[in-house]
Ligand binder design. Structure first.
Ligand code: FES
Ligand SMILES: [Fe+2]
Length: 418
């Protein structure tokens, strides 16, 4: 098949003939049709990670997020509960809240001042005739749920039914770190010049991790490999890993922290992977020497030497939780070739910048890693845009990339009724 033929094929045909174990064909990453399909089949159908609870601690605090053409608001209502709405005015449709975050008494549209409560009810619509019924014009609600301090929304009327079960399985790992009451130490937005799937695929393998010298100091270079596919050069690192892993398991048993790998990346609607894994060097944190970057530990845990808790969720997020901080990563599609990666660092609520932690030391490793990844994603996007590109084979250590693509194409098939 010629490259031109691939470009001309309908999305449904490309989904149907996707070759297992190989990267996706070019239009998945480049065509507006696939972008629209991804929004409809993935971002409007599944639970999407958009924020940490800690980003909106007080009633009236809100964040907004764009999922392709959708814009949603997550707001803490007057009773302290999370609510989510489409950020679309019920008068003539204007975008209501223009900022990414803020705090409001009521939600007021800046166009003609229709005013909504934080529970979405229309409180005031100036100069409407008698007989106007405000109860018909509340903000359109969006499903929202916090899982141990991580906030997810779902635009679908009927969200995937397995989310509660997945939440129940990952919460025991997360809850000891008390992310719900944590504090935002930093947040960095990077607009990557690539399709959102290239951002996710890049996250799901460490085949490229030689490009991350800062991360590799604390990360075992064996990440992503199994005993079977471990390159000989990584054998000494693997031996070190096994010894530190045994120590970590003992610590977890003593503290009652779950650590076992659970991996159901492409066998359910809410695909996930969770594991507590050791870190190299001092084994505490993502820093140059592996020591904690923050003196106050999350959740008042008695030791910082807890390795890292790694959570991967389909379709758009991953998380690293270490003894002294947590990092959340949200992947939000903007256009076929542009994606927002929002990275948020959380610390103990009483930790003070400049006293308990140096913000640069806290954020340095993953800021550098994100920049390196953004370059790799942009390179990949440029490459797949060439008519000469054809899907290539995944290495065994890229099995999570295959799982992501399998999860994704399975969802598209379901959406397309194939
Ligand atoms: S469009 Fe919002 S008040 Fe008119
Ligand atoms: Fe990377």
């Amino acid at each position: 098949m010629t490259a031109l033929g691939d470009i001309a094929a309908a999305p449904a045909d490309l989904v149907a003939r996707r070759a297992v174990g190989r990267s996706l064909e070019a239009p998945f990453y480049t065509s507006p049709e696939f972008f629209d399909l991804d929004i409809a089949a993935i971002f409007a159908e599944h639970w999407i990670f958009v924020a940490a609870d800690a980003e909106l601690p007080e009633p009236g605090d809100y964040v907004s997020a764009a999922l392709g053409p959708y814009s949603i608001i997550v707001v803490r209502d007057d009773d302290g509960n999370l609510r989510s709405f489409h950020n679309v005015c019920r008068h003539r449709g204007a975008r209501i809240l223009a900022d990414d975050r803020g705090s409001v008494g009521n939600i007021v549209c800046g166009y003609h001042k229709w005013t909504y409560g934080t529970d979405g009810t229309l409180l005031h619509a100036p100069s409407q005739p008698s007989g106007f019924d405000p109860s018909c014009f509340g903000l359109k609600p969006v499903h929202v749920r916090s899982v141990a301090g991580l906030v997810f929304v779902c635009l679908a009327e009927q969200p995937p039914g397995d989310f509660a079960e997945v939440a129940a399985r990952i919460e025991p790992y997360l809850l000891p770190h008390r992310l719900r009451g944590a504090k935002v130490a930093a947040q960095v937005d990077v607009v990557e010049e690539g399709n959102w799937k290239l951002v996710m695929e890049n996250n799901r393998e460490c085949y490229h991790c030689d490009g991350h010298p800062e991360l590799l100091r604390s990360f075992f270079p064996t990440y992503g490999y199994t005993e079977e596919n471990l390159p000989p050069r990584l054998r000494p690192a693997h031996e070190r890993y096994l010894s530190v892993d045994a120590e970590l398991r003992q610590t977890c048993r003593r503290l009652g922290l779950p650590h076992e790998l659970v991996e159901e990346l492409d066998t359910r609607a809410t695909g996930f992977r969770i594991q507590r894994d050791p870190l190299d060097l001092a084994g505490e944190s993502f820093t140059a020497d592996g020591r904690a970057a923050c003196r106050r530990l999350l959740g008042d845990l008695p030791t910082p030497r807890l390795g890292h808790l790694s959570l991967h969720l389909q379709p758009n997020s991953w998380f690293h939780v270490v003894g002294d901080h947590a990092i959340t990563f949200a992947v939000l599609p903007i256009a076929p070739d542009r994606t927002l990666l929002r990275t948020t660092w959380l610390v103990h609520p009483d930790a003070v910048a400049g006293v308990d932690y140096d913000p640069d030391a806290l954020t340095g490793v993953w800021t550098a890693t994100n920049e390196q990844d953004a370059h790799l994603v942009a390179r990949a996007q440029r490459g797949v845009g060439s008519p000469a590109y054809e899907p290539g084979p995944y290495a065994p250590s890229e099995y999570q990339v295959e799982a992501f693509c399998n999860w994704y194409t399975t969802r598209l098939r379901t959406h397309l009724g194939r």
